[in-house]
Design a binder for this molecule. Structure first.
Ligand SMILES: Nc1ncnc2c1ncn2[C@@H]1O[C@H](COP(=O)(O)OP(=O)(O)OP(=O)(O)O)[C@@H](O)[C@H]1O
Length: 242
């Protein structure tokens, strides 16, 4: 059981050329559990995840993860998972290389992770030959195998059928219960409603709202959040609230 690390963004700015993509973003994601990042296309959700994972560097502002006392193990599941041309099992094992495990421990973890996403039977198949949805499950297996303190996911179920989506949602709940802090980008507000403890709404590179899921989805306070959520509402149980 790990302790979910807090994630704090303070006046974060990210630019590409002259364009400001993230514009003085402030957010304090301090509660454990699952936090959803929502907002319209181009709002800056994926860039924010990459900034949190240190894959991008802000032009200014600060990002603090954890309390500074202990190393925070992170894992990222991208919207389009990148697999190397090797077996599914090898792709999962890659995520475990710097954990100091024995070969036997590593193999056991790989097998357990593959079983959790129902891909054990495909362990020896080339990862690049798996379907898009299978690769997405494999990416989650790779991420979970390292038992991360912080798990960042960008639309992890976008290509999955409903049964596979349910499996993934169950695994995310389980990880959060075990103490992993989960940050999830999703346009599926039904999923956000099912999974998230709190919701951070981004619009034009800024955080326009952050609160408990029920409150944000049923009674958003900002005009931007209201406009976005209203359009997505037919998929949720909140339609009647508007
Ligand atoms: N390297 C880059 N070069 C140019 N523009 C970029 C770059 N990275 C991101 N952007 C732009 O920044 C904006 C925010 O991108 P981001 O991918 O974070 O949006 P998003 O909220 O995740 O959107 P979506 O819901 O469509 O996935 C977009 O307009 C995107 O085109």
């Amino acid at each position: 059981m790990s302790i979910a690390p807090p994630v704090r963004l303070d006046e974060v700015v990210y630019r590409v050329g002259a364009r400001t993509i993230i514009d003085r973003l402030d957010a304090a994601i301090t509660a454990p559990g699952i936090t959803a990042l929502i907002g319209p296309n181009g709002a800056g959700k994926s860039v924010t995840l990459r900034l949190i994972d240190n894959l991008l560097l802000p032009a200014s502002g600060t990002i603090r993860i954890g309390t500074g006392r202990a190393h925070v193990r992170r894992a990222f599941v991208f919207q389009r998972p990148a697999m190397i041309r090797a077996s599914a099992a090898y792709n999962v094992a890659l995520g475990l290389s710097d954990l100091g495990l024995t070969r036997r421990e590593r193999d056991a973890r790989v097998r357990a992770a593959l079983a959790r996403v129902d891909l054990l039977a495909r362990a020896d198949d080339p990862a690049t030959k798996l379907s898009g949805g299978e690769q997405q499950r494999l990416a989650l297996a790779r991420a979970l195998a390292s038992a991360p303190h912080l798990l960042l996911l960008d639309e992890p179920t976008a290509n999955l059928d409903p049964a596979a989506t349910e499996v993934i949602e169950g695994l995310l709940r389980e990880a959060a219960r075990a103490g992993t802090k989960v940050l999830l980008v999703s346009h599926n507000l039904g999923q956000v409603d099912r999974l998230a403890d709190d919701v951070l709404v981004l619009s034009e590179g800024r955080a326009v709202e952050h609160g408990p899921t029920r409150q944000v989805l049923s009674a958003p306070r900002s005009a931007e959040a209201r406009a976005y959520i209203k359009r997505e509402l037919p998929w949720t149980s909140y339609a009647a609230a508007f």
